[in-house]
Design a binder for this molecule. Structure first.
Ligand code: PLP
Length: 333
């Protein structure tokens, strides 16, 4: 607010205001062990960071490995750069973690990039340190760039988050994208950041300069406050999400024909249903008969068929009544 009233409403440097780049770099070093300096930071909306990293690095025909099921925008972004999306399946039995051995099978001499997303949307899976170390080893051996989407980093209930850019020899081949949307509940403010080694930073900066120019000036000031004025609000929010997760997973597993593993991060339950129909048909029925809005697993790739994504970013009261409605609808099938 004070940035607005003091007239901080004009252009800024394209990569962002210095104090925000510095605050982001400090946090990346302290919380994630990423050897990052302010000059490696571009301030941009998280989604745009993913988009320009792909635009800057992918040439027509380059192969990009991505998780299946995975977040809906990766594949279109790869297609827009005329790259070739190569899906790597993840499985319920592995809590949908993307495993190094499965990535290795998909690597060819055309592989340019691997996209990671832990904690994951849609599954809530969280990569272990072993997973991250295994993927880093592959990236170095095969000279591949990692694009890691860490937007749900702070929303973890068990274990911890490992940034692949912190592994030995990885900073120079990794673009880390993150933002304020989830941890700071600032979805509409359209601000986040990308961390990239200098040669990649320079290419991404060109796209930023000649497209959006920069993030909104006074929103950048608000983002500095979010990072530097330490509050307990993230911890409080995460413990509330944990209570909701426990309520939802218990409730889902009590419904006959539905089962769900315990996701360790994000705010999604990715549950399996045992009814003989596609996930799109199942979610249509949930909407029509129960007024329940859930996303069919197939929206996230063929590996999501047979599953449904339920968001628990809602009050416990609403989640309880939603679970009751789900049970009622399922009983009619
Ligand atoms: N990556 C994932 C996995 C997401 O779920 C989202 C938003 O839902 C984004 C990126 C985009 O984040 P933002 O809205 O901060 O650009």
């Amino acid at each position: 607010m004070s940035a607005l009233t003091s007239g901080f409403t004009h252009y800024t440097a394209s990569s962002g205001i210095p104090e925000l780049r510095e605050a982001v770099a400090n946090q990346a070093r302290q919380d994630n062990g990423i050897p990052c300096m302010p000059e490696n930071v571009i301030i941009l909306p998280c989604k745009f960071g993913l988009y320009i990293a792909i635009q800057a690095l992918i040439n027509p025909g380059d192969e990009v490995i991505l998780p299946d099921p995975g977040w809906v925008s990766y594949e279109p972004m790869i297609n827009l750069a005329q790259g070739k999306p190569v899906s790597v399946r993840t499985y319920n039995k592995d809590e949908f973690r993307i495993l190094p051995e499965n990535i290795e099978k998909a690597i060819t001499d055309k592989t340019k990039m691997i996209i990671l997303n832990s904690p994951s949307n849609p599954t809530g899976s969280v990569s272990t340190h072993e997973d991250i170390k295994g993927i880093a080893k592959l990236a170095i051996e095969h000279d591949v760039i990692i694009l890691t989407d860490e937007i749900y980093e702070k929303i973890i209930y068990e274990g911890r988050h490992y940034s692949i850019a912190a592994e030995d020899g990885m900073f120079e081949r990794t673009v880390t994208v993150n933002g304020f949307s989830k941890a700071y509940a600032m979805t509409g403010w359209r601000i986040g950041w990308a961390l990239a080694p200098k040669p990649i930073f320079d290419e991404m900066s060109k796209i930023q300069q000649h497209s959006i120019s920069h993030c909104t000036s006074f929103v950048q000031k608000a983002a500095v406050s979010a990072l530097t004025e330490k509050t307990e609000s993230i911890d409080k929010m995460v413990s509330e999400f944990k209570a909701r997760r426990d309520l939802v997973i218990k409730g889902l597993n009590e419904i006959v024909g539905i089962s769900c593993f315990l996701p360790k991060g994000a705010f999604y339950a990715f549950f399996k249903f045992d009814f003989d129909m596609p996930s799109q048909e199942f979610t249509d029925i949930l909407l029509e008969k129960g007024g329940l809005s859930m996303t069919p697993g197939s929206a996230f790739g063929p590996g999501g068929e047979g599953f449904v994504r339920m968001s628990y970013a809602a009050s416990r009261e609403n989640l309880k009544s939603g679970l009751e409605m789900l049970d009622d609808v399922v009983k009619t099938l």
